[in-house]
Each structure stands twice: as C-alpha cells, then as structure tokens.
Write a protein that binds this ligand. Structure first.
Ligand SMILES: [Mn+2]
Length: 308
C-alpha cells in the first residue's frame, strides 16, 4: 500500500462550534461550554501572526497564515433537548463548509458529534471515507437500553453504518484499559485496526504516523476524530472521563502535525471546562487546532520560509 500521493495544499479552514453535551450519558457533562473556551484560548495563539505568516518554533520555519486561513463560522444548529436535531445540525454545518470549499474544524461538545462529522464528510463525496479516531475509548457501542442509539459511546459504531465509510482504511489510536468483548469481535469482523496507547508509547509518534498514513491511503477522504481523552488526564484534566496511561500533550500535538496534511475534516470533542484546571485543556485543544491549520494549510509552502 502506498502513501497518499498529494497532501492537501493551500486550504482554508472554518471553525464550527457544537455546544452540546446531551449525549454524555456516562462520565461528566460540561463539554457544551468548550467551543467558547477554546476560541478564547485561540486568540492568545493567533495574536502572533505577522504579515500573513506565523513562526513555528517546533520546526524553525515560517508558515503562511493569511487572514482568511481560519474563519470562525459560529455555532452549528444545536437543540439542547433534541439529540437528532443536533446531529443533523452538526452534519449540515460540516457539509455546508465542505461545499464552500473549506476544511471544517468542528469543536464539540460530546463525542456523539463524531457521527455527524463523519456523516457530513461522507455525504460530501462519492468516494470512500476513513476515520482516524484518537480516543481512550472505542465508541463502538451498539444501541443499548442505557445509552440509546446515539451517545458519546457510539459515534464510531454509527459512523460505521454510513455506506461509504471504509472501516478497513480507518484506524483507532490511543485506546487503553478495558472494553466489551463484543467490541473486539466487531472490530475483527470489520477489519478495524487498533493502535493502543501502549504501542504509541513503545514505538513513538513518527512510526505510528507513518502507519496511519499508509492505512488511510485507500480512502478518498479522511476524518480526524480527536476525543481529548486520548490525552492523559495529567495533561488534559478537562475531559468527560479520566483514563490514565494516555498520550502526552507533545505526542498528541506531534501526531496532529504529521497527519494534518492528509485530513479533510477535524472534529475535536469532550473538552470539559467544568472539570478543567485553569483552562489547561482548552488551551491544549486550541493548540491542536492551530497546528492542524498551520501544518495542514499549505505544507508545501513551508520550505521557502525555512529559517535553518
Ligand atoms: Mn473517549
């Protein structure tokens, strides 16, 4: 299998908020407050733009950052008491953004929003869609008495039911601890690859990113679904659940930088200002978005501005 030939170039991004946590059926609600906290943290980062560029210290390089690189598209249509209407509103926001030629960055909200992000992308292409899913959990729960059809535990399962989502080209990253044996049989039947957090710690993010890029090569479009609980609670305390043994903030940022050029939409979920400490997690989320935009925006333009 070969890597995708051409990373996306010269893109424009639209930020969409989805202030909804009505599907946080387990764990802590509060992610409805995340979009605005992440936006506030973004302002701190973006003030360092100058002359249409930003200086990336990680790679000692200047990157283009024109005024229209990242536009805030406001919040998608959410209805606090109506899960289905909210999922439809989020999917429409992603679809409309793609139709306008921009790359959507959807800020949840709880992780039920993985599904409408996948749906919006899947409905925007005649081709296939892969999901790169960073999460402590598998989110493969099927319909259940306790959590219904759509919850923060079933986004990946519902996405898998979309006709053009290709699970064999998808991959789940940073999972850990315990899950249902039925999730293992579902994964094996679907050919859905899983790279646990332990493997990322052992092999390092560079080797893992290469694996992911090869894995998604067969898909026409790629969704990056980032549940903040893929990051260790020591680095991201403001989450819907705490699962020790997760990624460091550095590993998360490095993976996003490496994968961004290959990704057509980002959904970032489960940041929870009610359990956060001094906006530590909202700040990490803002940096994840900034690196996604900078490194996914015009990766081919970086060398001409290289400083070293
Ligand atoms: Mn999770």
């Amino acid at each position: 299998m070969t890597a995708r030939a051409l990373p996306r170039t010269s893109r424009r991004f639209t930020l969409l908020g989805a202030p909804f946590d009505g599907a946080a059926t387990l764990g802590w609600p509060g992610s409805r407050y995340a979009p605005d906290r992440i936006r506030a943290a973004m302002r701190w980062i973006l003030q360092r733009r100058e002359g249409g560029q930003i200086y990336c210290l990680d790679h000692a390089a200047l990157h283009p950052f024109p005024d229209d690189l990242l536009t805030d598209g406001g919040d998608v249509h959410t209805v606090a008491h109506d899960l289905e209407a909210t999922l439809a509103g989020a999917a429409a926001g992603v679809r409309d953004t793609l139709a306008a030629g921009h790359t959507p960055v959807l800020l949840g909200g709880d992780d039920s929003l993985l599904y409408p992000a996948a749906r919006g992308l899947a409905e925007s292409t005649a081709g296939t869609v892969a999901v790169v899913h960073l999460d402590a959990h598998l989110d493969l729960l099927d319909r259940s008495e306790q959590q219904g059809a759509h919850s923060h535990s079933s986004g990946m399962r519902r996405a898998s039911e979309l006709p053009n989502v290709d699970l064999a080209a998808s991959v789940q990253l940073a999972s850990r601890h315990f899950n249902f044996p039925s999730s293992l049989s579902f994964r094996e039947q679907a050919g859905l690859r899983n790279i646990p957090a332990a493997e990322i710690h052992r092999r390092g993010t560079e080797a893992i990113a290469e694996d992911v890029i090869a894995q998604i090569a067969a898909a026409d479009r790629v969704l990056l679904a980032f549940d903040i609980d893929c990051v260790d609670p020591a680095h991201a305390p403001g989450a819907g659940a705490h699962e020790p043994g997760g990624l460091t903030s550095f590993q998360a940022l490095d993976l996003v930088q490496r994968l961004a050029p290959y990704v057509d939409a980002l959904v970032l979920t489960e940041v929870n200002p009610l359990t956060d400490l001094h906006d530590r997690t909202a700040n990490l989320a803002a940096y994840l978005v900034a690196h996604f935009v900078v490194h996914g925006g015009s990766p081919d333009a970086a060398p001409e501005g290289a400083l070293s």
